[in-house]
Write a protein that binds this ligand. Structure first.
Ligand SMILES: *Cc1c(COP(=O)(O)O)cnc(C)c1O
Length: 395
């Protein structure tokens, strides 16, 4: 049966090309963990996880054990970092599916240790990455808590400290002040870990810091230098850039960002089709609450897409979509499952015409920043808000 014509096209080719481009920009020893949390930022985990593996990623990052369990059959040999850790009772699944959970609480450590013992795992075979709170006050262990956490890690038990990670909260701020403070706290944590690392189970292999902004800004060299100093391997965790979007930096863009913007290819196009065209006379009302009243005769096209698909209600009367390579304004309120565009000035629009909501059509482009600016949000939210009912199709 043909689908309701509202769909997302995913170019796994573009995803792979983005991974390889980002890899080529980083020093050779840097491992790029491909962040595929939240259904690969709405781009489909089922399509993007295999693409990441094909592009050479050894590590994939998801948010939860639940997501990792879905990812496991798609990437049997990859390391899967569970970036928001385990929830109570999830230790057994983490062990069974060979996950690498991020840990920052003692109970998380004990949950995993118990599960690994129950499963009969040998010494130091269950990897964890400890997250350090270097300033975000979100996840992560404080410097004080770190000493106790390390003391609770049984050196001959089944858990192995495989990595140390932290998350940068302002890598897109070009003055770098906050990042420098965070890296200082990271240095203190690393000293503390290495003071405790006479035992092998406490010798972490990976130093995992930062996201797309850290990779495209200057921080990657800071991470590499620290990893070298402590005999670790550097890891960066890009998400957004893999999907073809370079973050904005403020107030100034780092060198090479323009080149990155040219090289990165959008992975996603969100499309629909005109399902009806009608003429309305002057004075006709369009949509709920008559927020639009025609001042002259108009030609309207009906689209099977609404806020339940992720088309933000703020876009009604404030944004336009692409049809026949031209911008057609959304008029009236966006409904749950429907929207209306004005095609009065666009010759020949007919049922079946493809409409681009996000992406390229001919020479015209609507990108994730255009949506984000119109809806007062960021590209990450634009992507992840595209409704689960909108099918993702590989092209
Ligand atoms: C989401 C996330 C990333 C990726 O961030 P981008 O800005 O999309 O590159 C990296 N690390 C952690 C811990 C994350 O949660």
């Amino acid at each position: 049966m043909p689908i309701r014509p509202c769909w997302v096209e995913i170019s796994t080719q573009a995803f792979q090309s983005n991974y390889r481009y980002l890899k080529s920009r980083a020093p050779a020893e840097v491992e790029l963990l491909a962040v595929v949390k939240s259904d690969a930022y709405g781009h489909s985990l089922a399509l993007c996880a295999p693409a990441a593996v094909a592009a050479g990623a050894q590590w994939l990052g998801v948010t939860s054990v639940d997501e990792a369990v879905s990812a496991r059959p798609l990437c049997l040999k990859s390391n899967l970092l569970v970036m928001s850790g385990c929830f109570p009772g999830q230790g057994a699944a983490a062990v069974e599916h060979r996950l690498t959970p991020v840990v920052w609480e003692i109970w998380q450590l004990k949950e995993l240790e118990n599960a690994a013992r129950t499963a009969g795992l040998p010494a130091r075979s269950q990897p964890i990455h400890i997250e350090i709170d270097t300033g975000m006050s979100r996840q992560g262990v404080s410097l004080d808590g770190l000493i106790e956490l390390l003391a609770r890690l049984d050196p001959v038990g089944p858990i192995r400290l495989d990595g140390v990670m932290t998350h940068l909260l302002a890598a897109d701020e070009s003055d770098g002040r906050i990042t420098r403070e965070q890296l200082q706290r990271l240095d203190e944590a690393l000293e503390c870990i290495h003071a405790a690392s006479a035992v092998d189970s406490l010798k972490p292999r990976w130093l995992s810091v930062g996201s797309s902004a850290a990779l495209l800004g200057g921080e990657v060299h800071e991470v590499v230098a620290r990893a070298k100093r402590w005999g670790m391997q550097p890891m960066i965790r890009p998400g957004l850039a893999l999907y073809g979007v370079a973050p904005h930096f403020l107030p100034a863009e780092p060198p090479g960002l323009q080149e990155a913007r040219k090289a990165l290819q959008p992975v996603l196009r969100w499309k629909t089709k005109v399902v009806g065209v009608r003429k309305i006379p002057a004075g006709a009302v369009v949509g709920y609450n008559a927020t639009f009243v025609a001042s002259e005769p108009m030609l309207l096209a009906l689209l099977p897409v609404g806020y339940a698909d992720g088309l933000d209600r703020l876009l009604g009367n404030h944004f336009s979509l692409l049809v026949r390579g031209e911008r057609a304004p959304l008029i009236g309120r966006i409904s749950m499952d429907l929207a209306v565009i004005d095609v009065t000035g666009i010759a020949g629009v007919a049922s079946g015409d493809e409409v681009v909501i996000l992406g390229k059509q001919g020479d015209a482009v609507i990108d994730a920043f255009d949506h984000a600016e119109a809806t007062q949000t960021i590209p990450w939210e634009v992507f992840t808000r595209i409704g689960a009912r909108v099918p993702r199709i590989a092209v």
